[in-house]
Design a protein around this ligand. Sequence first.
Ligand code: XUL
Length: 526
Amino acid sequence: MAKLFLGLDSSTQSLSAVVIDLDTRKVVYEKSLNFDQALAQFQTRNGVLPNRDPLVKHSPPLLWAAALDLLFAQMKRDKIELGKILAVSGSGQQHGSVYLNEKAGEALAGLDSQKTLVENLNGIFARKTSPIWMDSSTATECAEIRKKLGGIKYTASRTGSDTFERFTGPQIRKFYKTEPKAYDKTASIALVSSFMASLLAGKIAPIDFGDGAGMNLMDIRRKNWNHDAMKATAPSLAKKLPPLADSGQVIGPVSAYFVKKFGLNPGALATVWTGDNPASVIGLGLIKPGQVAISLGTSDTFFGTMGKCQTDEAGEGHVFGSPTGGYMTLICFKNGSLAREKIRELYKIADWKKFGELVAQTPPGNRGGILLPWFEAEIVPRVNRPGIHRFGLDPKDSAANCRAVFEAQMLSMRLHSQWMQMAPGKIFATGGASHDRALLQILANVMNCRVLRIEVSKSAALGAALQAAHGWLAAAGKNPQWEKLVAGFTAPVAGTDIRPDKKAARIYDQLIETYAACENAAMDTV
Ligand code: XUL
């Protein structure tokens, strides 16, 4: 009998499913459901509710529940053998929080399969909407919590990160300050991941060490709720937070709702979910400490697996638990593709092929010219006032400016990832811009290491399916090994093993000093 496992990923704009067969090591099914299109009645744009305040970004939690019903119905229509699925796990957009009242536990335990999930869940929320990771309205609360915890370094070494606007703790504090009555009525606070796991399990699910670390509330080393952080955030939090647990740990059998309505096996297991980044680490096969990937997407992210917990004293990067039981790091650079596109538009370059050709015409190091492409407020380094800055670079030279934007982005990654003290032997590159060889060559030269392109269409959902398999095997006493589990699911794209050019690498060893000085100079002016 096929060993099927289901991984779900509840992201900002969509809910995705990946089903794997562990015996054949194949992805047997993939599907995505776009929130705006499939559930237009919730009136979201890109999964987010419109708001007059551009800093406020909320989504309706009932939208995520409605999406779960729709996706299961779709899987049934697509004739997925739901009765053969052995365990389900998942991942969610990180940091987003769901506020449940005292009726939630009972409602979850008695989900009626004659009704929809939305009908079942109406009335269980202490707050109708959920602040999500795109929200940046909590600068005051970040400063308050950071101060109470003793500053950036101490906050980061305690909770894995400095306080960030999107992190759950500052969001909870804002809710407590602005809506104290509704906060009082909150019996339980869930993350997007643990909320979705609660629906599958039919009871309030634990928060895992991966997503829990994105709250500024968990002690990153001891992996328990930190008393001082809870006190600095809001009253009675110890009562409102669910227990912490390993990602993928079995919660119990899936709720009878999914058995009766969609034909899931009554013996199928519901497991603890994680955040989308920890799940992607698994989906990309980054199992061993020191393995690093760079995702070149809307924003660029640098992430990798860490052996022992090492936090960033400057408070720019994050440390989360990894589903493998160790740690992962993540640094998020907001001006990724966004900045590359802006430069392309600015110089009226027809397409990315042409952009790559122009880059290839210019020498590594760009004769010392530097461009800081902060078109939007930047997360790393923290730049609140957007602006672009040129040093020794002719604004009229389109080819040099194309090279400069990408060189600066890669130099910034090298500079701001030094605290991780990782010396990767190779880096996996993924995301839209990783298709461009000229850019990957710059990446290899700046980092002075091999770069391999890896293409996984739904890395978080795949990671979640692998996590379901791990949880199921562990519960059966089989002592699963992550390395064996992920083998065969992810492999670098053939012909994309790019080696650094040693001469160019030496140029960047020098240029990094110049780049750091330019950053400092520009930061003083912004
Ligand atoms: C990570 C973060 C985002 C979301 C996206 O800290 O905020 O990557 O997880 O879903």
